[in-house]
Write a protein that binds this ligand. Structure first.
Ligand code: NAD
Length: 287
């Protein structure tokens, strides 16, 4: 397998996370194939990447030649066969285990036998996703944070069968992306969402029970705990459907009532108020 920036990368899912992941790989010199279900979604993702690269140029963090080169390194595809030349695939489709299991079975058939299959899942055990493939030693969690171009951490999640070679490659690659990898062991929600989601859920319960307005709850956590973003604004950024999916994994897999998703979160998802991506969540983003 090639190493370092000569590696070819497939990114599956061009939503909130997928477009950010494609952005940082391309900016770091990797060739990327970005795959989603429609040309429309891919067009939107490319426009978002260009907008975010332009923002970096404006700030002086990137020059125009770097921006143009990054954009040139991204090709798009609407067919999973786009992973046929990839040495590593990062899966970033919605947090739905049935969907991800199906994707991992297909990736196992379509990606080269030596390719690493990484998931950006926020909570679903890597060991279970790996079990749908014939190469569990090559399966790993590569959990980027949102917004990907700005956040330093990659939570690298080792499944039960993940090999040292796979983990070492992903740790090195995270460094090549200018990120800091932290390796943890597989468990529902890993470390990040095992700690974060109960806080977000409790904030939604506070809103549900009328303990405070959304603004008041977020202000308390920002001014009192020094959080850069309040938990409800953060939930809107993550996506309320994603938060609900993660809490369901924690609740079902760890079996404790403390992870029970707040009914108000479920109501927002039922209404299609998913946060920033639909311009309405706990806050409105119409303007
Ligand atoms: P999203 O809904 O914004 O994007 C998902 C994308 O996947 C969509 O563009 C959708 O069209 C595409 N998709 C669906 N089915 C597909 C298929 N069969 N083939 C190819 N593409 C398909 O979701 P997101 O917020 O980007 O989350 C993606 C993953 O990243 C989830 O597992 C989530 O838990 C994880 N994650 C999310 C965040 C966050 O803050 N949003 C942070 C870390 C990790």
């Amino acid at each position: 397998m090639a190493t370092g920036k000569t590696m070819k990368v497939g990114v599956l899912g061009a939503g909130t996370m997928g477009n950010g992941i494609a952005h940082v790989f391309a900016q770091s010199g990797f060739d990327v194939t970005l795959i989603d279900v429609s040309a429309d979604i891919l067009q939107k993702a490319l426009a978002t990447i260009e907008k975010n690269l332009n923002r970096q140029v404006k700030k002086g963090a990137l020059d125009e030649a770097g921006r143009d080169a990054a954009l040139k390194r991204i090709e798009t595809a609407t067919d999973l066969k786009g992973v046929s030349g990839a040495e590593i695939v990062i899966e970033a489709v919605p947090e739905d285990e049935t969907l991800k299991a199906d994707i991992f079975r297909k990736l196992d058939e379509l990606a080269p036998k030596s390719a690493i299959l990484a998931s950006n899942t926020s909570s679903i055990p890597i060991t279970r996703l790996a079990a749908h493939t014939s190469r569990p030693e090559n399966v790993i969690g590569m959990h980027f944070m949102n917004p990907v171009p700005m956040m330093q951490l990659i939570e690298v999640v080792r499944g039960l069968a993940t090999s040292d070679e796979t983990a070492d490659t992903v740790v090195k690659m995270s460094g090549d992306l200018g990120k800091t990898p932290v390796v943890v062991n597989d468990s529902p929600g890993f470390v990040s969402n095992r700690v974060l989601m109960p806080m977000i859920n409790e904030a939604v319960y506070c809103l549900h029970e009328g303990v405070g307005s959304a603004e008041a709850i977020d202000q308390v956590m920002k001014l009192g705990m020094n959080h850069p973003l309040g938990p409800l604004a953060l939930a809107d950024l993550i996506g309320l459907d994603t938060c609900l999916f993660i809490l369901e994994v924690l609740h079902n897999d760890l079996g404790e009532d403390k992870y029970r998703p707040c009914p108000l979160l479920r109501k927002h998802v039922d209404a299609g108020w998913l946060g920033r991506k639909t311009a309405r969540g706990f806050y409105s983003y119409e303007s």
